[in-house]
Design a protein around this ligand. Structure first.
Ligand code: ATP
Ligand code: FE
Length: 337
């Protein structure tokens, strides 16, 4: 079967067609990040307007470019949450309207389940049960994943998400939006000396995180220090080191707690090379296995929505023409299949 996936939860317009036999037929992402440099972050109203402007053209052009007939699609999966209400509504409305015109069902997909299961698209696939480390712009969660839709939240950030803190510190360091990847690049020129940042909650046994204190600490350091390239690179390096240490330590504890040997890491922050290196080392020592997606599938895309849509198709397809989104929708509220 063939599914069109539509992702519009935040500022990226992502579409993809996934075929259960042929795999990913195309993956197109229109990124709005250039629109937000003067604002320093996403403006929800502008994001939804951009989706409206871009989405239908992107679908039309991609089907033409890849010589695909819309009638070959069996269902349309769209992100129904969590995310920005206006952005979600654009994707949901277009999905429902297009599905109605093609007389095919729609499947509403949870964005975080999309991130969580994307590593299953790689040749090296994880098997349940596993610990999921979801690290994105809006979430930092440790999940006990027992099967599709069987998710238990083990711990999460009590304040800012890891990606959000990367972005905020990057902005303070004078880097352009989106900050995470730019900060990581700057950190490559840094050395770990002169700075020592706190690791909030690292000594607490629970599996929660807190990053806002770290952000404030780094912000105060940046205000006091010189703003030359090397100092900024050293700050970036220490900040990346600390955040990675926290993520690795809490993932290790989650594995220990449940006695699991498999870790699956997803979301935009999982692109980070230092994080991957340290997690690989930790898993080597534990003789466990760690799984990631290829970098272009770590941040928002339509492939993850089409793929999870396919997994959920048989049970949760719907000819319902109501346009329903859930801006707050925890992964633990999903049904199993
Ligand atoms: P959510 O999925 O929680 O709704 P989101 O969709 O905005 O949030 P993603 O698209 O999964 O998040 O990831 C984007 C985040 O990943 C941004 O915060 C970005 O800074 C971060 N990121 C991307 N590349 C890197 C990197 N190399 N190192 C650290 N962070 C990175
Ligand atoms: Fe995301």
């Amino acid at each position: 079967m063939r599914i069109l996936g539509i992702e519009t939860s935040c500022d990226d317009t992502g579409i993809s067609v996934y075929d259960s036999i042929e795999g990913i037929l195309f993956n197109k992402v229109f990124s709005q990040f250039n629109s937000y440099n003067s604002y320093g972050g996403i403006v929800p109203e502008l994001a939804s307007r951009k989706h409206l402007e871009v989405l239908s053209k992107l679908i039309q052009n991609s089907f033409e470019e890849f010589n695909l007939d819309k009638n070959s699609i069996n269902a349309i999966a769209y992100t129904a949450g969590p995310g920005l209400t206006g952005s979600l509504l654009i994707g949901a409305s277009l999905a429902v309207a297009l599905a109605f015109s093609l007389n095919i069902p729609t499947i509403s997909v949870n964005h975080m389940e999309g991130h969580l299961l994307t590593p299953m698209l790689e040749d090296k696939k994880p098997k349940f049960p596993f610990i999921g480390l979801l690290v994105s712009g809006g979430h930092t969660q440790l999940i006990n994943a027992r099967g599709i839709g069987e998710y238990e939240l083990l711990g999460e950030s009590l304040d800012d998400a890891a990606g959000e803190v990367f972005d905020k510190v990057a902005k303070l360091l004078g880097l352009k939006y989106p900050g995470g990847s730019n900060l990581s690049k700057l950190a490559e020129s840094g050395v770990r000396k002169n700075f020592c940042f706190p690791k909030p909650m690292i000594n607490q046994k629970n599996l929660n995180f807190s990053f806002s204190g770290l952000k404030t600490f780094v912000s105060n350091v940046i205000k006091k220090e010189k703003f030359d390239f090397q100092t900024r690179a050293n700050i970036a390096k220490e900040f990346e080191h600390v955040i990675v240490e926290i993520l690795v330590e809490k993932s290790k504890r989650a594995l220990e707690k449940l006695n699991y040997t498999t870790l699956v890491v997803s979301g935009g922050v999982s692109i980070n090379k230092v994080l991957r290196k340290k997690l690989n080392n930790m898993m080597n020592i534990r003789k466990g296995k760690v799984f990631y997606s290829r970098p272009e599938l770590c941040s928002d895309n339509g492939v993850m929505i089409a793929y999870v849509g396919m997994l959920r198709f048989r049970k949760f397809k719907s000819f319902d023409l109501r346009i329903l989104v859930h801006p707050r929708w925890s992964i633990t509220e999903l049904k199993s299949i």
